[in-house]
Design a protein around this ligand. Structure first.
Ligand code: NAP
Length: 254
């Protein structure tokens, strides 16, 4: 038997939301294992700092700013990637927003539109364009970062949870459509992870204690603990894995 291969040498990987948190940890990990990472978020300065960290570890990364809720910017990004690299091997749809905390009946259309544009429309059109590039060489791997909230909606996070459920469905639908082109599509469902995104929970001791009580392992995760699953899913080690949802939540959904 050949050795199971986790190497990403020679692969081009696009990671959205790479300027901090889980996306940063994923980008660093993919670069550690040999991929050239295209770092995407709205803020080029923050991405440049991540690119420097990757370079200091001996990896390679390039910064390409893009608002993933804006189709025109996605088209520009993909055109840049085609011109610069002529290929794409890996897409990580990690960027997301959660602008509203409250009862769904109190939400307005602007909140709905912003959450759906960034969390669902962006990933959909990124996959559509990436599939074109990946399909030309007959292989590719896509990971959509959903959430345990996509399976079990969290209180006061209804609209966000609906988008994360939609992302799981999008993963399955694209997995079936793209399998004949050699492109695998999987979803990752993190539980509570210490990042800017979860700051409201992390900074409030009572809320954090309550949240952690729901987690059998009795703690939140560090972003680094999420990145290993992504490495598996985009590597040849996962060559028979598509349309799946991987839960990394310390047992919360069990
Ligand atoms: P984070 O630290 O707040 O990072 C979010 C990233 O998304 C940032 O890089 C941000 O960069 C980028 N971003 C936000 N809006 C964007 C837009 N319109 N266009 C492009 N980039 C945008 O959050 P995180 O916790 O790492 O979250 C990463 C993913 O994990 C998300 O999909 C989230 O839903 C999921 N998740 C997180 C947790 C958790 O407990 N933290 C749990 C379950 C799932 P800029 O501000 O530079 O644009």
């Amino acid at each position: 038997m050949e050795k199971v291969d986790f190497s990403l040498n020679g692969k081009i990987a696009l990671v959205t939301g790479a300027s901090r948190g889980i996306g940063e940890a994923i980008a660093i990990t993919l670069a550690d294992y040999g991929a050239t990472c295209i770092l995407v978020s709205r803020k080029a300065d923050a991405l440049a700092e991540v690119a420097e960290k990757i370079a200091s570890r001996g990896g390679t990364a390039e910064v390409m700013a893009c608002h993933v809720g804006d189709i025109k910017q996605i088209e520009g990004l993909m055109a840049r990637i085609r011109e610069r690299f002529g290929r794409l091997d890996i897409l990580i749809n990690n960027a997301a927003t959660n602008p509203y905390f409250g009862d769904m009946i109190g939400a307005d259309e602007a909140i709905w539109n912003k959450t759906f544009d960034v969390n669902l429309k962006g990933p959909f059109f990124l996959i559509k364009h990436a599939a074109g590039l990946m399909g030309e060489k007959g292989s590719g791997a896509i990971v959509n970062v959903s959430s345990v909230n996509g399976v079990k909606p969290a209180p006061f996070q209804g609209i966000y949870s609906i988008t994360k459920a939609g992302l799981i469905s999008m993963t399955q639908a694209f997995a079936k459509e793209l399998a004949p082109r050699g492109i695998r599509v999987n979803a990752l469902l993190p539980g509570l992870v210490a990042t800017h995104f979860s700051k409201a929970i992390m900074d409030n001791k009572d809320v954090h204690d309550y949240a952690v009580k729901m987690i059998p392992m009795g703690r939140h995760a560090d972003p680094r603990e999420i990145a290993g699953v992504v490495l598996y899913l985009v590597s040849d080690a996962a060559s028979f894995t598509t349309g799946a949802s991987f839960v990394v939540d310390g047992g919360a959904l069990a």
